[in-house]
Design a protein around this ligand. Structure first.
Ligand code: AHM
Ligand code: MG
Length: 339
């Protein structure tokens, strides 16, 4: 049984000249994930449920667990010293570490410490999402927002932690995807899902259908397609919607399927954030053989202009995402230029 730490260390050996900094960074993320996991597992007993009494940059009320997880991930990365700055869903501004003129960290991180916050109190799976970039500004100088505003294709690593019936960490460094399950009795993640691959087809679609009336025509047509009777293609498909992106994407990762959070008339760019929700999930899914798009082009090709910007998301099994894109291109073409 290989542990996550052994796995990360073994990978480092494959890169001659590797300094171990990236390895340390990933290990720090793992440590924070374990601390957050411990807290989640006692939610309901400890006083960790409920509101923190503050709102984040998106005007959403922060839960106690949002704030707890955010603090622990920030602390872990700060003490490690490899990370020069963090963009977090919970902080309006970039968090820049240390004396700005003695920045040593080579990397910057974007993260959603607790994704699916609305599910915390009702004991439904939630997650953590992160992406890692190499900074483009010079080491030794303060990191800037430009270090984070890189297209997803430049990412050096991305991962998610799913706090579900078990706790699983899935990550990629651009060379396949591997999943690790946490064994609480020994406090270690073990490799449980080596070289994860997403089926090209699936028969599940996940979308918040309550917004149907506001969806673009292309999405409505795709949903009609999913609901049609057609034995050879196993339609009608099934709907599954947890309301935690990590859980919905992880299910599709294991079984195939598509997750959609489209733009709608009220929010043309949808709800989900590019840097710390959509792009890392897109990197993982592409590495596992799937596809992620904004309906017209790959999520990983989007040039970010704001650390908190949003994007529509179509993600999952390759053929299903391509089908959804066909409908978008045929019936909602006018939105393509809007993005
Ligand atoms: P959060 O980061 O504030 O928790 O919001 C993101 C979550 C995703 O996990 C999930 O897919 C989506 O919001 C659900 O939104 P909705 O309730 O509109 O369906
Ligand atoms: Mg969140």
């Amino acid at each position: 049984m290989k542990t996550l730490v052994e796995f990360i260390n073994d990978k480092q050996v494959e890169y001659p000249g590797a300094t171990g900094e990236f390895t340390r960074l990933l290990n720090d993320i793992t440590i924070a994930a374990k601390i957050v996991n411990r807290e989640i597992r006692i939610a309901g007993l400890a006083d960790i449920n409920g509101l923190h009494g503050t709102t984040n940059i998106q005007g959403e009320e922060q839960k106690k667990l949002d704030v707890f997880a955010n603090t622990h991930f920030i602390e872990a990365l700060k003490h490690g010293g490899q990370c020069a700055a963090i963009a977090s869903e919970e902080n309006e501004d970039l968090i820049i570490f240390g004396n700005p003129y003695s920045q040593k960290g080579k990397y910057v991180v974007a993260m959603d410490p607790v994704d699916g916050s609305s599910n915390i109190e009702v004991n439904i799976p939630i997650g953590t999402i992160f992406s890692v970039f190499k900074r483009i500004t010079k080491e030794g100088r303060p990191a800037t927002v430009d270090d984070l505003l890189q297209p997803g294709r430049e990412m050096v690593a991305a991962g998610y932690v799913l706090y579900g019936s078990s706790t699983t960490m899935v990550y990629t460094t651009g060379n396949g995807v591997n999943g690790f399950t946490y064994d609480p009795s020994v406090g270690l993640f073990f490799l449980s899902h080596p070289d994860m691959k997403l089926p090209d087809e699936g028969n599940t679609y996940s979308i918040n259908e309550a917004n149907y009336n506001y969806f673009p025509e292309g999405v409505k047509r795709f949903l009609n397609y999913c609901q049609e009777d057609d034995k050879p293609t196993h339609r009608p498909y099934s709907t599954r919607y947890v309301g935690s992106l990590v859980a919905d994407v992880h299910r599709n990762m294991m079984r195939g399927g598509i997750f959609i959070y489209p733009g709608n008339q009220k929010n043309p760019m949808g709800k989900l954030r590019l840097l710390y929700e959509c792009a890392p999930m897109a990197f993982i899914i592409e590495q596992a053989g799937g596809k992620a798009s904004d309906g017209f082009k790959p999520i990983l090709d989007i040039e970010p202009y704001d650390i908190h910007q949003r994007t529509p998301l179509f993600i999952g099994s390759r053929h299903m995402v391509e089908k959804a894109e066909e409908f978008m291109k045929e019936y909602s073409r006018e939105l393509a230029d809007f993005r």
